[in-house]
Design a protein around this ligand. Sequence first.
Ligand SMILES: O=P(O)(O)OC[C@H]1O[C@H](O[C@H]2O[C@H](CO)[C@@H](O)[C@H](O)[C@H]2O)[C@H](O)[C@@H](O)[C@@H]1O
Length: 252
Amino acid sequence: MSKSAPPPALALLPPPITLLTGAALFLDFDGTLAPIAPTPDDVAVDDDLLALLARLRDRLDGRLAIVSGRSIATLRALGFGDFLLAGTHGLEFARPGAPVDAPPRLPAIDAVEAAFHAFADDKPGLLVERKTISVGLHFRGGPTWADQAGALARTLAEKHDLAVQHGKMLYELRPGGADKGSALHALMQCPPMAGGVPIFIGDDVTDEEGFAAATELGGAGILVGAPRPTLATFSLEQVAAVRHYLAEGVAG
Ligand SMILES: O=P(O)(O)OC[C@H]1O[C@H](O[C@H]2O[C@H](CO)[C@@H](O)[C@H](O)[C@H]2O)[C@H](O)[C@@H](O)[C@@H]1O
């Protein structure tokens, strides 16, 4: 987690298009490249988005990576197989066509998954998301369960020595020791990202470490969504604005 507390909510300016010149671009997925949907499986990636990202990556001499809470297996299934990827909040990495560099799935994650199911399965609207090396408890369809879901997540995290990742209507349990900021630092050490100015675009609290890391290295964060306390420097109001901004970057 970042050591600096986010400042109070301010209305931030949109990023200038010149910010993309020489950028090493780090893009969150859910809520940034694709609108938030009722469930994780309701999200699809369209060919226009993949083509736009491929053109932008070429323009940036390869310096474009997807940095997501989704697992790399899921990112690849969604269509991002040709891109440099960091998955599960900075725990997994993969280059196009190469094996995934990730820690093993811990037995504790299976135990948490069973406990999540025991809690959620008789409660309409709750959803347990099985992920490669983590597990999520979604309450978007049952928001009245938010407090109990959070209490359960924290109890299980302490019992099994895992990290709690709070997302949008989601508690996820995963091994600790990484976040999107550490992912950015790691990717900036080697080609193709090394030598660029890091720009991180994201919408969620899980993206704040990415904003902090990009800023530390002389770049900037771009928050997607309404004003809130953030370490980002700029903002774009919604997914459509992100795609428009990236398209402007391709056009130069
Ligand atoms: O880092 P991201 O790429 O933003 O991924 C974060 C989590 O995104 C997904 O959950 C969120 O999006 C879902 C689909 O829009 C939505 O239904 C859910 O309420 C959100 O929390 C994904 O399911 C998680 O695994 C990711 O960690």
